[in-house]
Design a protein around this ligand. Structure first.
Ligand code: NAP
Ligand code: ZN
Ligand code: ZN
Length: 347
């Protein structure tokens, strides 16, 4: 067992405090990683505050993890000490269902094993996440990070990045496609960068005009703050794909009306309250309302390689551990450019 230091939420909705705990002893297929950076995802806040239902405490959040391998178990074949690696939203799955076998571990029939807020599959160890200085993970759930990337902006790729990359690929984004991204937060800004790099025409919808210059610099072709009724009328039936990354409710009917024949609106943000959608707007133009959740291990590696090729990373504000509570507040207030990343070497 190795002693780890980090920050934890001890009871629902409490502030995070310094926390010491044990990581499991290295098993033969495990990789021990000295974490250098961990991103703050809005999902950390939803879970720490039990906005998605009952959670497991003490909770060490964090599922955007990057660091260097410090040691490997006897049977590890893909990683060696000092290698730059990443860990994302899950650390295990059943490994035998059709989705796991297809590399879509996030849709495991038995449910993926999250990086935190759950028990590990051994039923004994609590899964503690990346707001800490080290982690031990089975090598099949670790990915290789290109050394050419600026390491500070890499951690957010492990959740925010893959969560936008996966639906953009699944719905075949490319030149000639018109893509809308609702919400320019941690997830949304990665969507803009990827959709632009894939050659699509990108429109950002935001709830203020504050982020316009940033959105255009990231590759957006258009920026629309609080779209008016007139905007929706004028631009009806024109988008191929819209990705909704907002963490609160939005008027889905209006955004669905922007889709052309067979267009798809993908739900990515998870506000916790059910949506109501009138059937008429879907029937009309055979529109589709879909959901998408992170991405599997092969796609995570594909995305990191794509980032290496195109030099894509997240725009980040790097913080010290003592700033985490303030960073959570600022994330909820949409006051972050565009992801907080904790310098985990300071734990
Ligand atoms: P975030 O950084 O807080 O971004 C959310 C964005 O939503 C904000 O930047 C803001 O964009 C918009 N927004 C926030 N409050 C708003 C309000 N009151 N009215 C209108 N718009 C508002 O969060 P995130 O980390 O990107 O996560 C976004 C959501 O995705 C969360 O619900 C998270 O749990 C979920 N998530 C889903 C997956 C998945 O696999 N599907 C993975 C990770 C996270 P503007 O300022 O541009 O309007
Ligand atoms: Zn996340
Ligand atoms: Zn499975």
């Amino acid at each position: 067992m190795a002693k780890a230091r980090g920050y934890a939420v001890l009871t629902p909705k409490a502030e995070l405090v310094p926390f010491e705990f044990d990581r499991r002893a290295l098993r033969s297929g495990d990789v021990e990683i000295s974490i250098t950076h961990a991103g703050i995802c809005h999902s950390d806040i939803h879970q720490g505050r039990e906005e998605w239902g009952q959670a497991l405490f003490p909770m060490v959040p964090g599922h955007e993890i990057v660091g260097r391998v410090t040691s490997v178990g006897a049977s590890v074949s893909k990683f060696s000490p000092d290698q730059l690696v990443g860990v994302g939203v899950f650390i295990d799955s059943c490994r035998k269902c059709e989705n796991c076998l297809a590399g879509l571990q996030q849709y495991c029939s038995e449910g993926m094993t999250g990086t935190y807020n759950t028990m590990e599959r051994d039923g004994e160890s609590v899964a503690y996440g990346g707001y800490s200085n080290l982690i031990v993970v089975d090598e099949n759930y670790v990915v290789n990070v290109p050394e050419s990337l600026d390491i500070q902006g890499v951690a957010p790729l492990m959740c925010a990045g893959i969560t936008l990359y996966s639906p953009l690929r699944h719905w075949e984004t490319g030149p000639g496609k018109r893509v809308g991204i609702i919400g320019l937060g941690g997830l949304g800004h990665m969507g803009v960068k990827f959709a632009h790099a894939m050659g699509a025409h990108v429109t950002v919808f935001s709830h203020s005009d504050r982020k316009k210059p940033d959105a255009l610099a990231m590759g957006a072709d258009e920026f629309v703050a609080n779209p008016s009724e007139e905007y929706f009328k004028k631009n009806g039936n024109s988008f191929d794909l819209i990705l909704n990354t907002v963490s609160v409710d939005v008027n889905l009917e209006l955004y669905l009306s922007l889709l052309r024949l067979n267009g798809t609106l993908v739900l990515i943000g998870l506000p916790g309250k059910p949506y109501q959608v009138p059937a008429g707007v879907l029937l009309n133009k055979r529109r589709r309302l879909a959901g998408s959740m992170i991405g599997g291990i092969p796609e995570l590696q594909e995305m990191l390689n794509f980032c290496g090729e195109k030099q894509i990373t997240s725009d980040v504000e790097v913080i010290e551990p003592s700033y985490i509570n303030k960073a959570w507040e600022r994330t909820v207030a949409s006051d972050v450019k565009y992801r907080f990343v904790i310098d985990t070497t300071k734990f």
